[in-house]
Design a protein. Structure first.
Lengths: 275, 366
């Protein structure tokens, strides 16, 4: 069979190889000190150093919580969007998209202004007398999670929305007709049919979240150090490129492992929306 | 003649109206469906047939009118409380459940478990001949097999009424014919009331005890397939159910049981039967193509209506010859059994068309 469009693949293939696979190969070599004297010392250091392990654990914890919240909110927004009238849908779509167009820096700073001790939220709560002292809403994990969830919700909304919109409404009617209440229909039919999209969205959000840098740096206020920030410090300040590389490899392997697990659970084709 | 007169009424629809904007999807429809009857709602797309079915199922809320099941109003009941088996267009099988899972689901909702559940599911799977495929997922099945699963899922909980929304429309012609007979025999065995929506007149004729012909949301005519086919009341019904030639004219004389109708200056004889028509009245005569014979022009004159013409097109379609003949009355279509009609006449051939005065039926022009 002739494939006349195969030529269109070449630029993309070239870009992926030249700008992505080769640097990653170099990164892996670097993490084993492969350009000088091969060793496993950076990996040993990761295993031996408590502070690095704490950073890995913090990263994993924050990203997991963020993913759960973002997917839950995303599911609700997608559900509303899929089942409301076209005009309302457009409005809601705008509400989801507008923050999407703002830079991550602007958004993190906006949250800082809202959530800091003398920010709008705390001032309001103090003025109404609901609290006696400002709540610690920022420069901690709470603040980081708020910022990350805010950034990542749209990434959860769209894959779930696409699946919900393509779903045959007659499935739900069929469930009702054989005796299922609206709630049962949701639990037995709607949820299982949209679940692959939920996993897909969760994976997207999780992988994205693992590499977050700006939001934790600003809303964590230096107290919540996540992996990317530590890698950046290793590259720019402590100049331990081997450590940065090995941490990046750990991140890469973790991501691929997660992708593999989820694809085993739901199947790659369903993950890509081919339910 | 039809079962509605013998058996108790299962489902009753009274003055049902549903409008979308300014369009009436259901325009004051009243129907009585007898217990155990196989009734088809037949009409072109946009005739409101599916909307009526969905109103019965509870998925469409009518603007006015009422629906009664065994004399009880069910308008206020949600779909799951109505306990009708519904086969949806496109089948709507649950993609994450196996064949067995799909069929067991209605029973599980009713709290049936264990051996009883298995026994009822197996029985229904056997009923639709799916035993070999019970553990497959819906996407691994062909269209005909999916249709059977959908039917089994609608039947497994023993509903008193089964609603079918274009159940066979997605299948190819041969399979459709097979399943029509299967559905028909299933209905006869179960004795359940079936309400079927279709746009396929052949399907409606094959399966139904009675057919309701719908147009623009309103009932055109209700009757058994043969009475609708032989005694259509309007041009629309005659045209939609089967094929028909239409001759417009006016009654020139009434002679006992026979009318003479003047069609474009030619006298056409029509045995009026039940048709009431007074002299001078405008009439529309519907003639089925199979009642019209194409003969040689030199063939002896008969007592039949006879008019000369020439073959415009001719075709051999297996069992029949199909002719379109140019005549002074306009073009007339004829279908003749091929085995007794000699060789096919070619376009341009001079012929005569004949039909008996009893062949036609007067219909209203609407």
């Amino acid at each position: 069979m002739r494939q006349p469009y195969i030529g269109f693949l070449l630029p993309a293939a070239f870009l992926v190889c030249g700008l992505f696979l080769i640097p990653i190969g170099q990164l892996i070599i670097l993490s084993f000190d492969g350009f000088t004297e091969p060793s496993l010392r950076w990996y040993a250091q990761i295993l031996e150093t408590g502070s690095i392990q704490r950073i890995l654990w913090t990263t994993f914890r924050i990203v997991t919580i963020t993913t759960l919240i973002a997917v839950l909110l995303g599911y609700a927004v997608a559900f509303a969007m899929a089942h409301m009238g076209p005009r309302q849908r457009l409005l809601l779509l705008l509400c989801v998209l507008v923050p999407f167009w703002l830079s991550v820096l602007v958004r993190a700073l906006a949250w800082l202004i809202l959530l800091r001790n003398n920010g709008i939220v705390n001032e309001t709560l103090l003025a109404t007398g609901l609290i006696g002292a400002p709540l610690p809403l920022v420069r901690n994990e709470f603040g980081v999670i708020i910022g990350m969830v805010h950034y990542l919700v749209p990434y959860a909304v769209f894959p779930i929305f696409a699946t919900m919109q393509n779903m045959d409404g007659r499935l739900m009617m069929a469930a009702r007709s054989v005796g299922a209440s609206p709630l049962r229909t949701f639990i037995d039919v709607y949820l299982p049919v949209t679940l692959p999209a939920v996993f897909g969205a969760g994976l997207l959000v999780f992988v994205f979240g693992l590499g977050f840098f700006v939001t934790p740096a600003i809303l964590g206020g230096g107290r919540v150090v996540m992996l990317s920030e530590y890698v950046s410090i290793s590259v720019l300040q402590t100049l331990r490129w081997g450590l940065a590389a090995s941490l990046s490899v750990v991140l890469l392997v973790a991501t691929l492992a997660l992708l593999w697990i989820v694809s085993k659970v739901v199947g790659v084709r369903r993950l890509l929306g081919n339910a | 003649m039809n079962k509605a007169q013998e058996k108790p009424i299962a489902l009753s629809i009274r003055n049902l109206v549903k409008t979308y904007g300014k369009v009436a999807a259901i325009d004051n429809v009243s129907l009585d469906i007898a217990s155990g009857e196989f009734l088809s709602l037949l009409g072109p797309s946009g005739s409101g047939k599916s909307t009526i079915l969905m109103a019965i199922a509870g998925f469409v809320t009518p603007d006015s009118g009422e629906i009664l099941l065994n004399g009880q109003k069910i308008d206020a009941l949600s779909p799951e409380k109505r306990q009708f088996g519904v086969v949806f267009q496109g089948y709507a099988l649950f993609p994450h459940m196996s064949v067995r899972g799909n069929i067991a689901y209605p029973l599980k909702l009713r709290g049936i478990k264990g051996a009883e559940l298995d026994a009822q599911v197996e029985r229904t799977i056997d009923l639709v001949h799916l035993s070999a495929l019970a553990d497959r997922m819906p996407r691994q099945l062909s269209g005909g097999q999916q249709q059977r699963v959908a039917l089994a899922r609608a039947l497994v909980f023993d509903p008193s009424v089964v609603l079918l929304d274009e159940p066979l429309s997605a299948l190819d012609k041969k399979l459709r014919a097979e399943l029509q007979f299967e559905l028909r025999s299933l209905h006869q065995r179960l004795g359940t009331t079936f309400v079927n929506v279709t746009h396929d007149q052949e399907e409606a004729m094959t399966m139904s005890d009675r057919i309701v012909i719908l147009r623009d949301g309103a009932v055109q005519q209700i009757g058994a397939p043969d009475s609708l086919y032989n005694r259509p009341s309007t041009r629309f019904v005659a045209d939609f159910l089967g094929r028909a030639n239409f001759l417009e004219g006016a009654v020139s004389s009434v002679n006992g049981t026979e009318l003479k109708i003047d069609v474009k200056g030619i006298a056409v004889r029509h045995a009026k039967g039940k048709d009431a028509a007074a002299q001078g009245e405008k009439t529309l005569l519907a003639l089925r193509p199979e009642r019209i014979a194409v003969v040689s022009p030199d063939q002896a004159k008969t007592s039949l209506n006879r008019i000369d013409g020439s073959v415009q097109t001719s075709a051999f379609v297996g069992s029949q010859y199909v002719y379109v003949i140019d005549t002074p009355l306009g073009t007339i279509e004829s279908q003749m059994p091929a085995f007794e009609a000699g060789p096919l006449r070619q376009p341009g051939a001079q012929v005569a068309v004949t039909w008996s005065p009893e062949a036609g039926v007067l219909v209203k022009d609407k």
